[in-house]
Design a protein around this ligand. Structure first.
Ligand code: SF4
Length: 252
């Protein structure tokens, strides 16, 4: 397990420990009250808390086992999904407590997510895959309306959209340029891809991956040489590697 992935896994475990400690403290405080009503509620709450904590613990264990064995366990995917969903915000908080920058935690989360997607050994046809990129990749002075249809890009070479368009054609994948989460969700609803290669900044990518639920998403971080949200870039090699890990066309 690489260092990058270890950060997030460690923080997931730390978050679970914090939750367990809080649950124990609450249980202790309530049990000290010794009220008749509280005894009934206490049993119910304790059972519920144990169930949730055990489920989250199993979710984390499943992530570790899948990374360790480099193999997917489809029956545990729901547990893993819930563990990410519930513990991700807490992992960010735990990271801040121990001085790990938020962006570093998110990069680690994306590394874990990408690894878990890659071990699924998906063998999707290009047409089933969507490459979803942010509008800020387009050169800010470009007059062409590529969010409507990326075919409008003239491949002038001033930004990476032209190369991404070429790559999408090569893999027969669908390339979509979104101005934000709403348009991205619309594209997903319209095309219903079986797999997504998403390009974005740390925040948008982590939100997007969780938003897409059970659709496998390979996340690729953009680079921001001009600051956030304007004339950003992306490594074409990383996008192609992500495509190759879920797409049949890349394995010929
Ligand atoms: S590559 Fe396409 S999107 Fe980028 S500036 Fe040129 S025409 Fe516009």
């Amino acid at each position: 397990m690489g260092t990058r992935k270890r950060i997030y896994i460690g923080l997931l475990l730390g978050s679970l420990l914090i939750l367990t400690a809080i649950a124990f403290l609450l249980w202790y405080l309530i049990s000290q009250r010794n009220l008749v009503i509280s005894q009934i509620i206490l049993v119910f709450i304790t059972a519920l808390a144990v169930l949730i904590l055990a489920g989250l613990g199993m979710g984390i264990m499943a992530i570790v086992v899948m990374i360790w064995r480099s193999r997917s366990i489809p029956s545990l995917e729901t547990l893993i999904h819930r563990a990410h969903e519930l513990l991700f915000p807490l992992a960010l908080f735990t990271g801040s407590l121990v001085g790990i920058p938020r962006e570093k935690v998110i990069r680690s989360y994306i590394a874990v997510n990408n690894y878990l997607v890659s071990v699924k050994n998906l063998y999707l046809r290009g047409e089933q895959v969507m490459i979803l990129v942010p509008h800020c990749l387009q050169n800010s002075e470009c007059p062409h309306k590529i969010t409507m249809d990326v075919v409008n890009c003239k491949s002038c070479g001033k930004c990476s959209i032209g190369d991404l368009k070429k790559m999408a054609e090569q893999y027969h994948a669908v390339l979509k340029v979104a101005t934000g989460g709403t348009l991205a969700r619309k594209f997903l609803l319209d095309y219903r891809p079986s797999g997504v290669v998403a390009v974005a900044c740390e925040r948008d990518l982590s939100l997007g991956i969780q938003d897409m639920g059970f659709i496998p998403v390979m996340g690729v971080l953009n680079c921001r040489p001009n600051g956030p949200c304007v004339n950003t870039g992306v490594s074409l090699q990383e996008v192609e590697n992500a495509l190759r890990s879920i797409c049949k066309g890349g394995r010929n």
